[in-house]
Ligand binder design. Structure first.
Ligand code: AMP
Ligand code: MG
Length: 472
């Protein structure tokens, strides 16, 4: 059979200035690493037995109906506005409407140079491609809104970073690749007409009830507040929350230097380029508000009187910390077994986090062990924990099924950094078995699978990953 993707392309119908039509650059000897059959089925894609999959998912051949293009966007990178970014190493093949009736983008990442490549080579190396494949699919299984991974291919070429490394291409699926930075690029240029066109497109695609910019802003803020609270509840650190990596659809996008923390500390940073901790674990709740303020600023020029809209938009942004706090309380409440945590429960949660911080307790295992009655072992200060547990147990008396509540939100498995690094090193040496094993394990992160119990272990001191790197 031949691969069939039921394309239904809408972005390609937008005005010329929104993108550049560009084909993927062919690669030498593509070979398939993985294709995600479940996701393909959900997207209405068939013909996965096509012998040409490696060519198709590397960009050497185009599936019928594809209309490849690179999208334009801008963005604040570490707080500095960059007026021109865009897909420098990715092309959108097109969109499909899945079994659920939802439109999704299908994008090749690492597919060669585009007019937005600036100094870059348009390529990706194997490490970040496999990392994004495993972590984005794990996030999906954990229940977090995220882009997905449809396929990964080795290119048979070397890309030069600090050293020559094997090249790869990822096929990424997203509810869209509209970013805060997509709004910023037209707003900064004063192109109100393009901004209006983009707004109408985004509303129709993602928030059909948001008939004006204020409603739209509110809808994006709610999605992002829920998303970031969910990241916090899993110990996830995105690592590079630039406005170009902030999705209008509210999903996790761009798995560059992201990481799950092992031992709990709110100031944890992994990204090698995040020197001042702008995107540390706890800072994420503040940075997302900052990012939404940039979206609000971009939307101002759509208002009949932009000057007069500054005040109400500012007031709207000021509602976001409370949104995040409410989402945080609900998520962390469930993590300690409270189906509906109230304001009075917040101290119980923060007291536990403080004890965890003092004991450098493993974030994931401590919460999972709470369901299993073994959490005490995580604490150097067991008296402190016992005192906390007395208060907690008293509070649990008014809950119906606290253990069930906890098991649904406290995973046994998360993609730990040292496992990801180990998997990448094996794949670079030509062994993909760990990659496949991790995908299998992380597909059911809330289950108790004794065959996967080694993946629950935190790193040994010599295995601790100190820094993560952007995917470039
Ligand atoms: P990121 O840090 O992945 O969000 O990328 C930031 C910007 O740099 C985006 O415009 C990317 O398309 C671009 N970029 C990153 N890596 C490369 C590369 N190897 N070649 C060309 N452009 C790149
Ligand atoms: Mg990016």
């Amino acid at each position: 059979m031949t691969l069939h993707i039921p394309f239904d392309n809408s972005y390609a119908t937008l005005p010329d200035g929104f993108f550049a039509r560009v084909s993927p650059e062919p690669v030498k000897t593509p070979s398939l690493i993985a294709v995600n059959a479940n996701l393909a089925r959900d997207l209405g894609i068939d013909g996965l037995d096509d012998p040409n999959l490696a060519a198709l998912f590397s960009g050497n051949a185009l599936p019928e109906g594809a209309a490849p293009l690179a999208q334009l966007y801008a963005g604040h990178q570490f707080g500095q506005y960059n007026p021109q970014l865009g897909d420098g190493r990715a092309v959108l093949l097109g969109e499909t409407i899945g079994q659920d009736g939802t439109r999704r983008d299908i994008q090749l990442k690492g597919s060669g140079r585009t007019p937005y490549s600036r100094g870059g080579d348009g390529r990706a190396w194997l490490g970040p491609v496999l990392r994004e494949y495993v972590v984005s699919e794990a996030m999906h299984a954990l229940g977090v809104p995220t882009t997905r991974a449809l396929a990964a291919v080795r290119t048979g070429e070397r890309v030069v970073r600090e050293q020559p490394l094997p090249g790869a291409v990822l096929t990424r699926v997203a509810h869209s690749h509209l970013r805060v930075g997509t709004f910023q690029v037209f707003a900064a240029r004063g192109d109100t007409q393009a901004l209006q066109t983009l707004f109408d497109y985004a509303v129709a695609r993602h928030y059909p009830d948001a008939t004006d910019p204020a409603l739209f802003l509110d809808a994006v803020m709610r999605k992002q507040a829920a998303l970031v609270a969910q990241w916090l509840s899993l110990g996830f650190i995105h690592g590079v929350m630039n406005t170009d990596n902030c999705s209008i659809a509210g999903e996790t996008i761009d798995y560059g230097p992201c990481a799950f923390m092992d031992s709990y500390h709110p100031e944890t940073v992994y990204s090698s380029i995040d020197r001042f901790g702008r995107y540390s674990y706890a800072a994420q709740a503040d940075i997302i508000v900052w990012n939404m303020a940039q979206l609000a600023t971009a939307l101002l020029s759509l208002m009949p009187d932009p000057e007069a809209a500054v005040e109400p938009f500012t007031a709207q942004i000021h509602t976001m910390p409370e949104m995040i706090r409410a989402e945080w309380l609900s998520r962390f409440g469930k993590k300690i077994g409270l189906a509906h945590a109230t304001q009075e429960d917040a101290t119980l949660i923060t007291n536990l986090l403080t004890l965890m911080q003092d004991s450098e307790a493993d974030f994931t295992n401590t919460f999972r062990d709470l369901c299993e009655g073994t959490a005490r072992d995580q604490f150097a200060d067991s008296t402190g924990f016992d005192q906390w547990a007395d208060v907690w147990n008293a509070r649990l008396e008014s809950e119906d099924t606290p253990m069930d509540v906890m098991r649904q939100v406290n995973p046994a498995l998360i993609p730990r950094n040292h496992r990801i690094e180990e998997m990448i090193a094996a794949a670079v040496a030509g062994d993909d078995s760990l990659f496949h094993r991790l995908n299998t394990a992380y597909a059911t992160p809330y289950a108790d699978d004794s065959h996967m119990s080694d993946l629950r272990e935190p790193p040994m001191p010599n295995e601790v990953v100190q820094a993560t790197f952007c995917g470039t």
